[in-house]
Design a protein around this ligand. Sequence first.
Ligand code: NAD
Length: 437
Amino acid sequence: MRIVMIGSGYVGLVSGACLADFGHQVVCIDKDESKIARLKGGQIPIYEPGLEDLVARNVAAGRLTFSTELGEPVRAAEVVFIAVGTPARRGDGHADLSYVYGAAEEIAPWLDGFTVIVTKSTVPVGTGDEVDRILRETNPEAQFAVASNPEFLREGAAIEDFKRPDRIVVGIEDDRARPVMEEVYRPLYLNQSPVLFTGRRTSELIKYAANAFLALKITFINEMADLCEAVGADVQEVARGIGLDNRIGGKFLHAGPGYGGSCFPKDTLALVKTAEDSGAPLRLVETTVAVNDTRKRAMGRKIVAACGGSVRGKKIAVLGLTFKPNTDDMRDAPSLSIIQALEDGGATVSAFDPEGMSSARALLPNVEFVTSPYDAVDAAAATVIVTEWDAFRALDLRNIRERMAGDVLVDLRNIYRPEAAEAAGLFYFGVGRGQLS
Ligand code: NAD
C-alpha cells in the first residue's frame, strides 16, 4: 500500500518506519526542514532504541522516503495518517488542534481517488468529524473516509509496542475504510494482535480513557506512598501485594515523583476539559491532575527536608532528567519542577542524563551538565535519582559517597535497597519506604 505519514516526530517516524517494515511504501512528511534534511542524510532526530537500524533498513530497501512536500505523495496514497502534535493549548488546557486541522487543509486539495485519512494523533472526541468537514469543504469533489486510529506506543519501547501491540483500535463511520485499515495492519493480524473496530468517537475516547486510567493508577500508588511514609509501611510491598491480584495487575504501580512526559499531563487535562464541556465532569481525573501537579514540587521539598531543611548554597546532584528512561524526551519531565524547586531554595544543581542533556540544556539554563554520574556527585550535599536509567542501577555507591561532600541519597525511583546505600555510608531516602512523613 502507498501510505503517507504527516508529522515525523516520535509517533510519525516510528509508525512510518514500522509500516514500511511491514512491506508498505511509506513517505514520512514533516514541515521541519532540518528534521527532514537529517533523515535524508541518514540521521535520526530523536533517540529511540532500534529506530536508526529500522529506518536505515527500510530506506535501503526503497520502502521509506522523507519529504517536506506532501502534495504528490498524498495524490498517490491510499492512506494518509495525521501524526502531528496535539499539545495543551496555552491558557486553558484544551488540546491544541491547529496542527491537525492545518494538516487536513493541506491534504485536501491533493486527494485523488478514494483515500482514507487517519488521525493517529491523540485528539478529543469529535475531531474526526471536524477533519471530515474541513476535507469536504476544501475539496468537495474528493472521495475519502476519515478514520481514527490512536497510537498506544511508549517512547523507549516504541518499535516493539508498534509491532506487537496489546490491541489496535480503529474508529470508522464509513465501511469503505474497513478493508483499507485491515490491509494496513494485515501483518499484525498474523501476529494475532486484536483489532477493535468501533465508531470514530468511541475510538477517540478510548485513547484518552486509557491514558487517564494509567495516570490515575500511578497517582493512586503515589498517594499510597505518602501514606506509607507517614505510617511506616513499604509501598513496594503494598504494590506487590495488590498487584498480584489479577484484577489489579502489577504494572503502573511504581511509586515515584509523579507522571510527566509528552502524553499523560496534556491528555488528562484535555479529557477533563472535554468532560466539563460535555456536562459530564470526570472528578477522578480532575483530582488525578491536581494531585500529580502538586507532587512534583513536593519532591523538591522532600529533597530539601532530606538535606536538613535547607539547600541554600549547597550543590545537589541530579541523575536522570528525561521523563522516563530510554528516551531523550524532556516534555513535562518531573526533573524540571524538581530542579526549579531546588534552585528556588538556593541550591546549585549538577546533572547527568544519558540521552536527554541536549534537549534539557535549553530548559534548564542554570544547571551544570556533566558527562558522567560520578562527575555530577563531586562535592554534592545530596544525590537525587530522578529517572531510573539502567546506567544508574548499579552505581558504585562507595565511590559516590567518597566524592560527595554530604551523605544524602534521595532515590525517587526506589532502585536501591536502603541497606545497600546505608552500607556505603549514605543516608537513604526512597519513596514510600517509611521515612520522612
Ligand atoms: P512530535 O512533536 O514529536 O511530532 C510532531 C511532528 O509533526 C513535528 O515534527 C512537527 O514538525 C510535525 N508537524 C506539525 N504540523 C505539521 C504539518 N502540517 N505537516 C507536516 N508536519 C507537521 O509529537 P509526537 O510525540 O510524535 O506526538 C504526535 C501525536 O501522537 C500527539 O497527538 C501525541 O499525543 C500522540 N502520541 C504520542 C505518543 C508519544 O509517546 N510521543 C504516544 C501516543 C500518542
